[in-house]
Design a protein around this ligand. Structure first.
Ligand SMILES: Cc1ncc(COP(=O)(O)O)c(C=O)c1O
Length: 394
């Protein structure tokens, strides 16, 4: 029986059901593979962020097991008390080397890396200039910082400059922040232009490369490498949960900025550090990126193949330039129905509606990985076509 004081939550859920927006969690039975078993059904999996297939890579599994044997299963404390293990430091050095920055710090997730960093480095007297489609973790970090937030229309460099001119006399710090690859549309930020503006107007330049690391740049080094902007982006965030295959987030910057975060970033200070097995897994993943650049090449070959197929069928895939390819249908209830029927037919592509994307821009979000075969991608395209025609989306 619902408790009277929680009845309003049950009412809200009921509304979602009536609007066709209620979403059941899909349960993955087994490993996160390109063909995987969810809710008892074998499906072609177009929904994971496992870009390079590292979630299940034998080398990473082996390193995790060895770390458990050597260090145990947990770190036992927050980083600033007794929870900084040598393997955490080793991972941070590895990341800094990979990203070609002075230093790096690892957080428990990409979410806490963004939210914890923005809220730590800025305060009430500062201004944040933020792309309107930046990730929720950036938005939460901006709110937590209490700085003034000025949003510019998506990728609109001119509008961004207009804001910078308006606040030119501002006394506080200014942070210009953007996702490197936008997580719902798969497009790439105009980083060279934004970096130029940041330099011209004296802003801290920060980028969230959650979907660019392991995907863009040489060996998957991310957007800064992709655009050859080394040394010109002050703070780079990345995640260990997507292409890297495990869990966590990281921030790369100067040694001083990183040490400042040790002292002021609340998730770093007040939440326990990673199990050593996760750190070991991530070190192995960065080694693999250096040793096997063909993983990233295969990801892009599959991406081109799948995108060409979607375009041939006439789907609206928006402005995507990366392995994240939305199939935009507009209405949220229709997107969820499309997703449900696809699932029954053997393809898992998550339906996404408001508030994750704007009203009227509901979609399926698809991601191919390096480990999909082109045969399975062709089969997915056939199924997408037949269900879309049935629902009059095509
Ligand atoms: C752009 C972006 N930034 C940050 C995150 C958060 O990363 P994590 O899942 O590691 O918390 C995500 C993913 O969910 C994301 O898409």
């Amino acid at each position: 029986m619902p408790k009277a004081q929680l009845q309003y939550l049950a009412d809200e859920l009921q509304k979602l059901r009536e609007q066709g927006l209620y979403q059941k969690l899909r349960i993955l039975e087994g490993e996160q593979l390109p063909v995987a078993r969810f809710d008892g059904r074998q499906v072609i999996n177009l929904s994971s962020n496992n870009y390079l297939g590292l979630n299940t890579h034998p080398k990473l599994k082996q390193r995790a097991l060895e770390a458990i044997q050597k260090y145990g299963v947990g770190s036992g404390a927050v980083r600033t008390i007794a929870g900084t293990m040598s393997i955490h430091m080793e991972l941070e050095e590895k990341i800094a080397q990979f990203k070609r920055t002075e230093a790096a710090v690892v957080f428990q997730s990409g979410f806490t890396a963004n939210a914890g960093t923005v809220s730590a480095i800025l305060g009430r007297e500062d201004v944040i200039i933020s792309d309107e489609l930046n990730h929720a973790s950036i938005i939460d970090g901006c709110r937590l910082s209490r700085a003034e937030i000025r949003r510019f229309p998506h990728k609109d460099v001119e509008a961004c400059e207009k804001i910078l001119k308006e606040i030119a006399g501002h006394k506080g710090h200014k942070l210009l922040i953007t996702d490197g690859v936008f997580s719902m549309d798969g497009d790439i930020a105009p980083l060279p232009q934004l970096v130029k503006l940041a330099e011209e107007y004296g802003c801290i330049m920060m980028i969230d490369d959650a979907h660019a690391s392991g995907v863009l740049g040489r060996n998957g080094r991310g957007s800064v490498d992709h655009f050859n902007l080394h040394g010109r982006v002050d703070i780079q965030v990345g995640t260990l949960s997507k292409a890297i295959g495990a869990l966590g987030g990281y921030v790369c910057s100067t040694r001083d900025a990183i040490e400042f975060l040790y002292h002021r970033a609340r998730p770093f200070l007040f939440s326990t550090s990673h199990p050593p097995s996760v750190a070991a897994t991530c070190i192995a993943a960065f080694e693999l990126l250096d040793e096997e650049p063909e993983l990233v090449e295969q990801l892009w070959a599959n991406t081109r193949f799948f995108k060409e197929g979607l375009a041939r069928l006439g789907f609206n895939t928006g402005v995507s330039e990366t392995p994240i390819t939305p199939i935009i249908v507009g209405d949220a209830a229709l997107a969820h129905q499309f997703s449900r029927e696809l699932f029954e037919a053997g393809v898992f592509a998550q339906g996404i509606g408001y508030p994750t994307v704007p009203v009227g821009k509901a979609r399926l979000r698809t991601i191919v990985t390096a480990t999909h075969t082109q045969e399975k991608l062709s089969r997915a395209l056939e199924i997408l076509e037949s269900i879309a025609k049935k629902l009059k989306i095509l």
